[in-house]
Design a protein around this ligand. Structure first.
Ligand SMILES: O=C(O)c1cc(=O)[nH]c(=O)n1[C@@H]1O[C@H](COP(=O)(O)O)[C@@H](O)[C@H]1O
Length: 238
């Protein structure tokens, strides 16, 4: 994966998605299809986006018993997406089952989708984690433990905040993807995100990929916002 900028297509329908993508003048993008669009349109939306030449991160964040995750991943592998994800909180057996399902569902001779796991959502704060989900540890410690468990379970990487990337790289070692949402421009509203960084900072901290939604999708000029964020992320002076 070449340190992509992944655009989150958090739209209610394929029609809205097409209106958005029309602004990109046929560029091949790395797109994230999340629950909203997938639940509305079903697997055909993936086929459509692939036909247009885009790479796809299918973000359904599976979190269930190992057997259910195995059979769901077997189905998702057939869609030919590039990345899928689960929650580390499902445990090592569930993550191993996810990989086995992907292997089983991938046609012989083809590469299985990469599988990454959400550590702690970027909307989670340490205070909320302690008070609501009764995890008493420091948030960074939890993220590092979850990343280590994902690595031991054979996964290709994690979803985390860029803020945790340096310590994950030190602890877990190289060749482990860190896909980081919670990206905001200095002028943007934080919204529901808690652990945020700018695209420049994400580069400095060493994220493998950034995921950006509203800073692009809600911008007055989405292509301009995309180009600005991409330059900042790639460290290109404009
Ligand atoms: O797995 C994800 O993609 C994800 C994990 C996480 O911890 N935080 C997070 O924001 N995301 C997704 O990343 C996108 C961020 O969107 P914006 O906050 O609009 O940039 C959304 O589609 C979220 O579902």
């Amino acid at each position: 994966m070449q340190r992509p900028l992944i655009v989150a297509l958090d739209f209610p329908s394929l029609e809205d998605t097409k209106i958005f993508l029309d602004k990109f003048q046929g560029k091949s993008l790395f797109l994230k299809v999340g629950m909203e669009l997938f639940y509305q349109e079903g697997p055909s939306v993936i086929g459509y986006l692939k036909e247009q030449g885009h790479s796809i991160f299918l973000d359904l964040k599976l979190h269930d018993i190992p057997n259910t995750v195995y059979s769901s991943m077997k189905r998702l592998a057939g869609l030919g997406v590039d990345i899928v994800n689960v929650h580390v909180a499902g445990g090592s057996k569930m993550m191993e089952a996810a990989l086995e399902g992907l292997e089983a569902g991938t046609e012989t001779g083809k590469t299985r989708p990469q599988c990454i796991a959400v550590t702690q959502l970027t909307s989670t704060t340490e205070e909320m984690m302690r008070r609501e989900i009764l995890i008493e540890k420091n948030l960074t410690e939890v993220v590092v433990q979850y990343a280590s468990l994902a690595k031991k379970s054979g996964l290709d990487g994690v979803v985390c905040s860029s803020l945790e990337v340096p310590i994950i790289n030190t602890t877990v070692g190289p060749n482990f993807l860190t896909v980081t949402p919670g990206i905001r421009l200095a002028s943007d509203d934080r919204g529901d995100q808690a652990r945020i960084v700018t695209p420049e900072k994400a580069r400095e901290l060493g994220s493998t990929a950034i995921v950006v939604g509203r800073s692009i999708t809600n911008a007055k000029h989405p292509l301009q916002a995309y180009s600005q964020i991409k330059s900042a992320w790639e460290g290109v002076l404009v």
